[in-house]
Design a protein. Structure first.
Length: 331
């Protein structure tokens, strides 16, 4: 099998334009990026939330970027698609995977999965007017139970989706427990859309195990004939914790200067965020969010987190980061 196609999943508050640009400057291996979701694309011809740097192609240095929308309103999706097309984008992605209750309780994100009739009606309206763009979907197995996707898949198959990203958990799990890789594999014979796997890829070893499980051929039956090989994977929490992960999966040579590269990345991202925020201390919140994952790149993650989480001033943060890279070894 050829080298996998790897994408970086969207995280609200973390993987915005400054993050994507800085990440791309320091690390390789990612073939495609997604924006964190947009919502509230109002009826005006040009919604204000699509006029900032987050969506402006001139402010995004990554080669392939797909804007994502969180919506259950076909007209809103179409407005979003139109404006993205005008900006030069070739694809939009619909978020049907967000598990957080404040989203799901409004029948958005994966909270939409228990309502196949609503999904079908929305898709019928969207694809009646959708033109000359790719439309992809990111979803989970369900919100309340993993059988919910069985009623949704025939609807997905009816429409010309460019890609289906499945995170094999249910919404009620949030990120607890393990992703159900075998359940993902069992669904593949019933899907005629290019598939992307997402979930629990935290190391080269976990990636290989998941890849082999998904693509291991059953011994008999039509399932062997119908099931597509999956060679596209979306990385999430694993690459936030270890920014070298995509390079490692693709077999890039291990860097001799791993600590220096990680240090330079952290400093560059901090400076980029300060520039965007006009030196506001608000950047600390976003940097702490990243460090809640990145601490796992160090041999003593809890020591790292204790140094970072208590910070309330920019100078304190800068000193704490230098202490971390001076005192704690990289894994």
């Amino acid at each position: 099998m050829s080298k996998p196609f790897l994408s970086l999943g969207p995280f609200q508050g973390i993987t915005d334009a400054p993050f994507r640009n800085v990440f791309k400057r320091h690390f390789g291996g990612i073939d495609k990026f997604y924006t964190p979701f947009f919502m509230g694309i109002h009826k005006e011809e040009h919604a204000k939330n699509l006029q900032g740097e987050e969506i402006d192609p001139r402010c995004n240095d990554v080669e392939t970027l797909t804007p994502q929308i969180l919506s259950t309103d076909a007209e809103e999706i179409l407005r979003f698609a139109k404006q993205c097309k005008e900006l030069g984008y070739k694809e939009i992605n619909l978020n049907m995977g967000c598990p957080f209750p404040r989203v799901a309780n409004k029948k958005r994100g994966c909270g939409l999965l228990p309502y196949p009739d609503k999904v079908e009606q929305m898709f019928e309206t969207v694809f009646e007017h959708f033109d000359d763009m790719n439309f992809s979907v990111k979803c989970r197995l369900g919100y309340y139970n993993p059988e919910e996707i069985e009623a949704i898949l025939p609807i997905f198959n009816r429409f010309p989706l460019s890609e289906l990203i499945i995170h094999p958990r249910i919404g009620k799990q949030l990120y607890k427990g393990e992703a159900d890789v075998k359940r993902f594999k069992a669904l593949t014979p019933y899907i005629n859309i290019p598939l992307v796997y997402n979930g629990d890829i935290v190391s080269v070893e976990s990636f290989r195990c998941i890849q082999e499980t998904i693509n291991d051929n059953p011994s008999i039956g039509l399932e062997t004939f119908n099931r597509q090989l999956v060679n596209q994977f979306m990385l999430g929490r694993g690459i936030l914790a270890n920014p070298f992960l995509a390079e490692e999966i693709k077999g890039h040579n291990a860097p001799d200067n791993k600590t220096n590269r990680l240090h330079a990345y952290v400093l560059d991202l901090y400076e980029e965020r300060l520039r965007h925020a006009g030196d506001s201390p608000k950047v600390l919140g976003r940097m702490k969010e990243l460090w809640s994952y990145l601490m796992n790149s160090f041999e003593e993650p809890q020591m790292v987190w204790r140094k970072i989480k208590k910070i309330n001033a920019l100078r304190e943060y800068e000193e704490a980061v230098e202490e971390v890279f001076r005192d704690v070894a990289i894994i």
